[in-house]
Design a protein around this ligand. Structure first.
Ligand code: HEM
Length: 409
């Protein structure tokens, strides 16, 4: 398609592709099918076949496969609003549209940037070292249960100034929810029960903070308690919805990302040596690892008005997934898209989404990933795979078993 003479204006993909696809009919795709055991290759193939695909899974949804189309829809938040709430009440800011979205983002954003975040790095480093050192002492092991899985919740709970028991509760319940979701042969009652327990935990966190308030300049939960939207304070239920989102958003995606980065390093001795010698290259290298293997493969939008896309008529209420994992390997945008270039620049990947809902925790997650890679590379002379690796697929592409041999310096 890159050399397609009809495609002169990359800003106008819809019109041309529409004609092309009308002849072909709508391609079907199964996010839980056997080919998605390797989602990278599966999405590479789907993207070549069609810009828009359909699946009957999850109540039926459309999915866009190509970069420019995904970027366009992500920007058009009026025609393509936020996806249907996954469970219970909408969780702001992710599951609400402007103007409410704008109000929540304004309250939350300052906690995730600048000096507040910079001063948190030392704490993150000490959590990372505490998890890494035992692994180094024993020459390695499966880093999934010992590092990539527990660390993000520990970091999140420190970030939210919650006790360590909260980390165990959040870990257990978000795992339970993920394991039992549709498509994994799961059990909807188990999802509902775990979600109810997570909600209950969030309520107990809010009431503890109301009893013992902290400085809202420093503490996000106290900031939510002090905040006003249109002059009104948030009640407990509204604060709980935000916490329910943060508990899950900050966990699975970071776990997947850590697994992807450590696997990429273990597979590539040359990359390890380059980055050990030049740790300042790590942020770009991490971007590239996650572009090649994107942890959040896609997120949904809800169609708000009847729209024709590539010969399909999308109706209000239809779900349309934006496949970030496919966009990130689109060779119309990324030169030698399947090749890992540690210093790729520009690298306008969509690992953290695009548009008004792009990831609020991006800088926090990037810092955490960088600190883990920095510490691991600085404390080892070599990292090697030491057994079979197990991957997770749709919709969080990650690594659930990652045995590594670590040669300490
Ligand atoms: C490497 C790890 C992470 C990845 C790959 C990731 C990915 C994403 C993506 C793709 C979106 C866009 C969703 C959409 O457009 O529908 C998103 C949104 C979001 N993420 Fe992350 N995320 C990560 C870590 C975190 C962390 C650590 C937090 C918080 C502690 C967080 C909080 C959020 C929130 C609140 C939103 C919704 C923003 C909005 O709707 O305005 N994420 N994330």
């Amino acid at each position: 398609m890159r050399n397609d003479p009809d495609r002169k204006d990359p800003g106008e993909p819809f019109r041309h592709e529409q004609q092309w696809n009308r002849c072909e009919g709508i391609v079907r795709w199964d996010p839980f099918g056997p080919e998605m055991a390797d989602p990278v290759r599966a999405l590479d193939r789907v993207r070549v076949r069609a810009p828009l695909v359909w699946t009957d899974r999850g109540g039926g949804f459309w999915a866009l496969t190509r970069y420019e189309d995904i970027a366009r829809v992500a920007r058009d938040f009026r025609r393509f609003g936020q996806g249907r709430p996954q469970r219970g009440a909408p969780r702001p800011p992710l599951e609400v549209d402007p103007p409410l979205h704008t109000a929540y983002r304004a309250i939350l954003r300052p906690y995730f940037t600048g000096q507040r975040l910079a001063s948190f790095e030392d704490e993150v480093r000490s959590l990372v070292v505490a998890r890494l050192q035992p692994l180094l002492d024993q020459g390695g092991g499966d880093v999934a249960p010992t590092l990539t899985h527990p660390l993000p919740t520990e970091v999140l709970c420190r970030f939210l100034r919650l006790p360590s028991q909260s980390a165990q509760i959040i870990d257990r319940l978000s795992d339970e929810i993920y394991r039992n979701e549709e498509g994994r042969g799961g059990n909807p009652e188990a999802v509902a029960a775990a979600d109810a327990e997570l909600t209950e935990h969030a309520f107990s966190v809010v009431s503890a903070r109301r009893r013992a308030p902290e400085d809202p300049e420093v503490d996000l939960i106290s900031g939510l308690i002090a905040a006003r939207i249109d002059g009104a304070a948030l009640d407990d239920a509204q604060i709980v919805e935000v916490l329910r989102l943060l508990f899950v958003a900050g966990h699975n995606s970071t776990t997947s990302s850590l697994g992807i980065c450590l696997l990429a390093l273990a597979r590539d001795r040359e990359a390890q040596e380059t980055l050990r010698g030049r740790p300042a290259m790590l942020p770009r290298a991490i971007d590239e690892f996650l572009r090649l293997e994107t942890p959040v493969l896609g997120m949904p939008r809800t169609v708000r008005e009847e729209t024709d896309l590539f010969g399909a008529r999308l109706a209000p209420g239809d779900q349309l997934f934006l496949l970030w994992g496919s966009a990130n390997r689109d060779d119309r945008v990324f030169e030698e898209a399947a090749t890992c270039r540690l210093d790729r620049q520009p690298n306008k990947h969509m690992v953290f989404g695009r548009g008004i809902h792009s990831c609020l925790g991006r800088e926090l997650a990037e810092m955490e990933l960088r600190v883990v890679c920095e510490e691991l590379l600085a404390r080892t002379s070599s990292i090697e795979l030491a057994g079979e690796v197990t991957r997770t697929s749709w919709v969080r592409f990650g690594v659930s078993r990652l045995p590594l041999r670590l040669f300490a310096r």
